[in-house]
Design a protein around this ligand. Structure first.
Ligand SMILES: *[C@@H]1O[C@H](CO)[C@@H](O)[C@H](O)[C@H]1NC(C)=O
Ligand SMILES: *[C@@H]1O[C@H](CO)[C@@H](O)[C@H](O)[C@H]1NC(C)=O
Ligand SMILES: *[C@@H]1O[C@H](CO)[C@@H](O)[C@H](O)[C@H]1NC(C)=O
Ligand SMILES: *[C@@H]1O[C@H](CO)[C@@H](O)[C@H](O)[C@H]1NC(C)=O
Ligand SMILES: *[C@@H]1O[C@H](CO)[C@@H](O)[C@H](O)[C@H]1NC(C)=O
Ligand SMILES: *[C@@H]1O[C@H](CO)[C@@H](O)[C@H](O)[C@H]1NC(C)=O
Ligand SMILES: *[C@@H]1O[C@H](CO)[C@@H](O)[C@H](O)[C@H]1NC(C)=O
Ligand SMILES: *[C@@H]1O[C@H](CO)[C@@H](O)[C@H](O)[C@H]1NC(C)=O
Ligand SMILES: *[C@@H]1O[C@H](CO)[C@@H](O)[C@H](O)[C@H]1NC(C)=O
Ligand SMILES: *[C@@H]1O[C@H](CO)[C@@H](O)[C@H](O)[C@H]1NC(C)=O
Ligand SMILES: *[C@@H]1O[C@H](CO)[C@@H](O)[C@H](O)[C@H]1NC(C)=O
Ligand SMILES: *[C@@H]1O[C@H](CO)[C@@H](O)[C@H](O)[C@H]1NC(C)=O
Length: 395
């Protein structure tokens, strides 16, 4: 029964997260519906399958009310061809929260991967909600997390800067290994949304600290500091990224293609000019570092009034190209993090963006309108040396 309660409590926690954002439309709601269904399914199945816990009156009553109910094995629907057979260069491990294959937690599968294996290990993760903190240590390169869709497969935890001894340790999933890949899975931090002015409430969904990481069709759900793009070269394609303040932050060198960036900052009352969020807080410290975030063909929507970026570190670098921006973007676009000297050193650029938020008439003077020459290093995977390491999507 404890397991059921955990699932329901989690679904409730996730509901709280999404409900408090008000008119949050498409993906979270669906993800959330999936989670609720998952929790309900778990509860029902356990009710039927439970035979040893006769002390639980609720269960007995429910059993009596539905005497004709067919008792079926929860694993009957498990796909027969999973996991695929290992090949010479790829090992497959399988995770299912109901125990229908070898591992019930993602971390236990990661732990079973050989140290410093030069072959790839694909961890196939069945639909479901995995409430656990997952660490992919430096000793585990070449791991793939293969989910069943970012709205049906999620790893979530609820640490905050306060509970984890710092924002950097709060990530629900933390990747320190090289050559990490994730496909069709979500990363969530379901800690309560911080009240305005709250201290140490930052709650990271994923921290990516390994070089050469790729995320395809993934979801990132949180509020403040959702995606810690910490260090190394990273690729994000067709991802859904939700947050409020600095929701993509860190000192990585990353290309984001065709991603949806969704703000859940509080709506700003009509007539007020305040800004209550930022898409990025890129952390380039010196001019010699080749780091920065490039967004190509993305879209920005959601609620609140937010900046495209703020200068978390002096040489902060971010570029938005061919990106559609809704009117939630503050007219000035960019922010110096209360340090005017940073206006001389940041690199903030926009190129061929569309939508009412992309109107550059009122932009801060240190936000640049890039020309074809300026923008060309940022437009494709050469920005992250993709030709050296980025593999085409496998399925
Ligand atoms: C990797 O695959 C090769 C080729 O099959 C095999 O010889 C080697 O033992 C594998 N290495 C590991 C660490 O599993
Ligand atoms: C896999 O390894 C076996 C035995 O080492 C070898 O016979 C086979 O040709 C290899 N297959 C591939 C696809 O490399
Ligand atoms: C579970 O592990 C065993 C032993 O490694 C392996 O033979 C089997 O194929 C695995 N089954 C699944 C469903 O992963
Ligand atoms: C990896 O190394 C650690 C310690 O260095 C050890 O505890 C662990 O058992 C190793 N894992 C595997 C799968 O070999
Ligand atoms: C495994 O990781 C090493 C170190 O990052 C890398 O050189 C190698 O190409 C990777 N192998 C595969 C199969 O991805
Ligand atoms: C995380 O959730 C658990 C269970 O609801 C709760 O006991 C714990 O206090 C939460 N942690 C934080 C940091 O909110
Ligand atoms: C918390 O982090 C600080 C550095 O940020 C470190 O000095 C301290 O030892 C950490 N405390 C614990 C309990 O890990
Ligand atoms: C831009 O993104 C949209 C939405 O993800 C996609 O349908 C379209 O194909 C992308 N265009 C290019 C040139 O990649
Ligand atoms: C992008 O905008 C520039 C003007 O800033 C224009 O010259 C160029 O043709 C545009 N390029 C594309 C591919 O739309
Ligand atoms: C851009 O903003 C300026 C000033 O707010 C306004 O005058 C102009 O009409 C806007 N341009 C477009 C294309 O909306
Ligand atoms: C593009 O802008 C840069 C300054 O940002 C300038 O040096 C360069 O001449 C411009 N190139 C073109 C083709 O306009
Ligand atoms: C991911 O999901 C999309 C949409 O459901 C599907 O088209 C694609 O094949 C999946 N890719 C992988 C690698 O799982």
């Amino acid at each position: 029964m404890r397991y059921i309660n955990v699932c329901l409590a989690l679904a409730a926690a996730v509901l709280a997260v999404f409900a408090s954002t008000g008119k949050f439309a498409f993906p979270p709601k669906h993800l959330f519906t999936g989670l609720l269904r998952f929790a309900a399914f778990t509860a029902e199945s356990d009710t039927v399958l439970m035979t040893d816990d006769t002390s639980d009156h609720n269960v007995l009553q429910r059993r009596k009310k539905k005497p004709d109910r067919k008792v079926h094995n929860i694993c009957d629907d498990f796909p027969p061809d999973v996991p695929p057979p290992n090949t010479n260069t790829t090992t497959y491990l399988c995770v299912d929260s109901h125990g229908c294959c070898n591992f019930t937690t993602v971390q236990s599968a990661v732990d079973a991967v050989g140290n410093y294996s030069s072959n790839r290990t694909v961890i196939w993760i069945n639909s479901g909600f995995y409430y656990e903190k997952v660490i992919v240590a430096k000793t585990k390169p070449n791991i793939t997390f293969q989910g069943q869709g970012y709205m049906s497969t999620a790893i979530a935890w609820n640490d905050t800067a306060a509970s984890a001894n710092g924002t950097f340790n709060s990530g629900s999933v933390q990747v320190f290994a090289t050559n990490f890949i994730a496909q069709n899975i979500s990363f969530m931090n379901v800690a309560p949304i911080p009240k305005p002015g709250a201290m140490d409430a930052q709650a990271v969904a994923v921290r990516v600290s390994g070089d050469e990481a790729a995320f395809w069709g993934c979801g990132f759900f949180g509020a403040q500091d959702t995606l810690h793009d910490d260090k190394g070269r990273h690729y994000f394609k067709e991802c859904f990224i939700q947050g409020s303040i600095d929701f993509i932050f860190g000192n990585g060198r990353s290309l984001y293609e065709n991603c949806q960036l969704i703000s859940m900052a509080n709506p700003v009352p009509l007539g007020k000019r305040s800004v209550d969020g930022s898409v990025t807080a890129q952390g380039r410290v010196t001019k010699d570092e080749n780091t920065g975030f490039s967004f190509v063909n993305c879209s920005i929507g959601g609620s609140g009034r937010i900046w495209l970026g703020r200068a978390w570190r002096p040489y902060s670098r971010a570029v938005f190209a061919f990106t559609n921006m809704s009117d939630i973007i503050a007219p000035e676009g960019w922010n110096n993090f209360n340090d005017p000297t940073r206006e001389q050193t940041v690199f903030y650029g926009e190129y061929n963006c569309t939508g009412s938020g992309a109107n550059m008439t009122m932009r801060a003077p240190f936000g640049r309108r890039l020309n074809d020459t300026d923008v060309s290093p940022f437009l494709n995977t050469s920005f992250i040396d993709g030709d050296v390491w980025l593999q085409p999507l496998t399925s």
